[in-house]
Design a binder for this molecule. Sequence first.
Ligand code: ADP
Ligand code: MG
Length: 479
Amino acid sequence: MAQQDLWLSVLKRIRPTIQKTHFLTWFQNTSLIENKDGVVKIGLPTTFAHDWVSKKYDVKIVQALKELDESVSEVKYEIRGNLSEKDNKDGVDVKSLLKVQSEKKVRKVRKVNQVKVKKGDNKGHVTSQMLNDRYTLNNFIISTENSLPHAACKAVANMPGGIYNPLYIYGNVGLGKTHLVQAVGNQILRNFPDMVVKYITAERFVNEVVDAIGRRHMKQFKAQYRNVDCFLIDDVQFFARKDSSQQEFFHTFNELYDNNKQIILTSDRPPSELDELDERLTSRFGMGMVIELLVPSFETRVAILNQKCQEYQVIIDPEVLHFVATNVDSSVRELEGVLKQLVADYQLENKVPSIRSAAEKIKKLNKAKDIIGYDIEKRGVEQAVRTSNDVMKIVAEYFDLTVGDLVGKDRHKEIMIPRQICMYLIKNELNHSYEKIGTEFGGRNHTTVMHACNKTSKQLQKDLKLVKDINAIRREMGF
Ligand code: ADP
Ligand code: MG
């Protein structure tokens, strides 16, 4: 690499890590004077720039230089006053660099976010597909079953276009394929902010081809893949029997592959089983690394549920989570779906998730499913508690108190908390009004009851023991 090109490449690399104004101030009219025997000499136009750059940016410069030229071992800085002279052309004009950068950025954003269809086109044509930053490698729970796919994705994110190219991930629906590929895309953008990452589902790709053919925009269509550094294509099984799209994809694939660009594909089956795809394609899919995403074990499913609870900021009785993990065993998406519904009931209607409510959600998802650990039909006919007095009896017994204690005036914690829990349960399970409950509790004011219910709801958000107590009592109540 010519000296000045090398310096330009260094500056391009470090530019995103330095504030624009600082970059303009300190690197204007700088130059790479010499690159000999592993020693690089950088010329700086002023003493000030010399002191500042050598102190503040030395590490970045050395690192970038080493990445670009392995032989570099040392960097020296020298003051060269002539670099700032008007007619001197040796120094770099960093403003031009910024311009290139910002143009590139615009291009990148457009590529990543994809061109939106022109205004007025409301036929539901191809629009954008973006990476969702919810998907990261960190929030993908690694289990023994899926440590390999995760490790491969991590390796690709650290070195796109390296040995795992193409990376082909397959597995049943809802096991995390989309999560993983998008996570790689997000991580690559984090590691290499200048790279252009494109994510698209095969279905969307087919629609785009159809659209481009219809509008005779094939050239533009092809062009959009030219600058891509990392191409993520989801659910390639969708290409089955779509011959023109396959052909188009074949060209795109080859061009990117030949230029050492990273390609990641996902599918619901291994390449060898993609019967309805052109063999030229499927054989290429298998050229790099092919890995299967497996169904997570029970322990992993519980770990996933725990993590999602943290994300939603709710505490759910571990027994309920175990119950869900036992009964939803083939798809992480379904696992998450059941949890989301439970959380929604909880947050919107104050219904504490229980085994019963979880069983109902699971049954709704799959009517034919046998539910382990809970008999919905039997429970359904069983008489659930109907009166306040029944609830009081159960709560009193649970806490080793008497109904008299609950409705009485004693304000000790040991009695007051069960009293508040009891009011909460009557309100939420029997739907009695605050006034009615007040009367039932020895003629208390409705605001007292309201306060008790609110306090209990709030406490449920942070107190696991309370969550468990309430669930145990509700089970006694037949709910
Ligand atoms: P697929 O593309 O294989 O059908 P997705 O990637 O859409 O599946 O995953 C379904 C849901 O499950 C997503 O919300 C994803 O975040 C979640 N998920 C799947 N596997 C894991 C995991 N190991 N850790 C955390 N979340 C996961
Ligand atoms: Mg998917």
